[in-house]
Write a protein that binds this ligand. Structure first.
Ligand code: ACO
Length: 331
């Protein structure tokens, strides 16, 4: 069974409540209908119900079974404003600003998740990555024990000899532009969690670089070496090795040659890139040139699941992201 079908099957077992803040947008509306019909999640769309119904009518979509909440008139808004004010007052937010902000579906949706009225959030078909990330980072924050929220892509290769039956985790490809060594170690731990919870595989984590075990000397290499040491300290049981070049990480013969005795080299299923430029370019190369399926970015290390969509996303992309978010919400 394909990875996304396994994730959807898991989502159906323990149905979670996901909020879509972009509830007046055509693809979100069409995806919502599909998701509810497929039993993947309980859904709430945010927006003006009249507007949502009008958009649905134009595309012949029946939204009669969907819950639509208008943040501008919701009777939960005052509670959310008070809670938001409490969370952000130390940062200078006033109650008036909080009341204004929760009228914005993005903030309202994040507050639904924060207050336990929804289990997760999916957004980004019309908003930038930053527009969704900022409220999620400011309000929901990193999960206990994690300092850094980051992201991964679930990659499904055509060549099933890589990773676990072709499935690999690539991280971080969307959040932290230039991580410190400590942040990079946190990215590795978040990616290991994602490997277990979403890909159901025991992670073998490669800390990638242009150097393998000191073959090159540069500040960028030193950072990956330091991150490797920190990750070993934070999670001594985790199978993690670095610094490794990509070929040493995923090709057995090269791994044995360059990092003999390593349990990870040559068999890595979880790739941690040294920075966002490498990670973002890396996943797109594999997606475009090798024809891999790429699901994400999936936020990891966050206290409750919130996930971003690409603005070019399709209805099926939204359905898949909601299923992934629902599985993350299962814990
Ligand atoms: N983990 C945990 N908390 C964080 C993180 C993080 N990675 N980053 C920021 N925060 C917190 C900050 O501590 C701050 O909290 P506070 O206000 O309570 O003190 C809050 O989030 C906001 O921080 P800012 O510094 O205002 O936010 P910043 O300007 O750093 O923006 C963002 C954060 C939006 C994640 C930024 O790093 C960013 O834009 N990243 C790149 C996103 C992107 O464009 N990705 C590529 C496209 S996606 C794709 O191609 C798939």
């Amino acid at each position: 069974m394909a990875l996304i079908d396994r994730i959807k099957a898991k989502a159906r077992v323990d149905v979670k409540h996901i909020v879509l803040p972009e509830g007046e947008e055509t693809r979100n509306i069409q995806a919502a209908v599909k998701i509810v019909k497929d039993g993947l999640a309980k859904l709430t769309l945010l927006g003006n119900p009249e507007k949502t119904r009008q958009v649905a009518l134009e595309t012949n979509t029946d939204v009669s079974g969907l819950t639509i909440i208008d943040p501008a008139t919701s009777d939960r808004s005052e509670d959310y404003a008070q809670a938001l004010y409490e969370i952000r007052k130390a940062k200078g937010m006033t109650i008036e600003q909080a009341r204004e902000l929760v009228k914005d579906p993005m903030y309202y949706g994040v507050m639904m998740v924060k207050q336990g009225d929804a289990d997760g959030l999916v957004s980004g078909a019309i908003h930038s990555t930053g527009a969704m990330l900022k409220p999620a980072l400011q309000i929901i924050k990193a999960k206990p024990g994690m300092k850094t929220v980051s992201s991964c892509f679930l990659m499904e290769m055509k060549d099933k000899s890589f990773g676990k039956d072709g499935v690999m985790i690539f991280s971080d490809c969307a959040v932290i532009p230039n991580p410190t060594a400590e942040e990079l170690a946190n990215i590795a731990l978040g990616a290991a969690d994602s490997a277990r919870s979403l890909a159901e595989m025991e992670p073998k984590v490669a800390m990638l670089s242009f150097s393998t075990k000191g073959s090159a000397k540069h500040d960028n290499v030193t950072k990956v070496q330091q991150a490797t040491a920190i990750a070993h300290e934070l999670a001594p049981e985790l199978e993690l090795d670095g610094e490794l070049q990509l070929d040493a990480a995923i090709v057995e013969s090269v791994g044995q040659l360059k990092s003999p005795g390593s349990a990870v080299a040559g068999h890595a299923n979880t790739l941690v890139f040294p920075d966002l430029q490498a990670g973002n370019i890396g996943y797109k190369l594999v997606q475009r040139l090798a024809g891999a399926e790429a699901y994400g970015p999936v936020l990891q290390g966050i206290a409750k699941p919130c996930n971003d969509l690409s603005r070019g996303c399709s209805v099926d992309d939204i359905v898949a992201t909601v299923a992934i978010t629902a599985v993350q919400a299962q814990g």
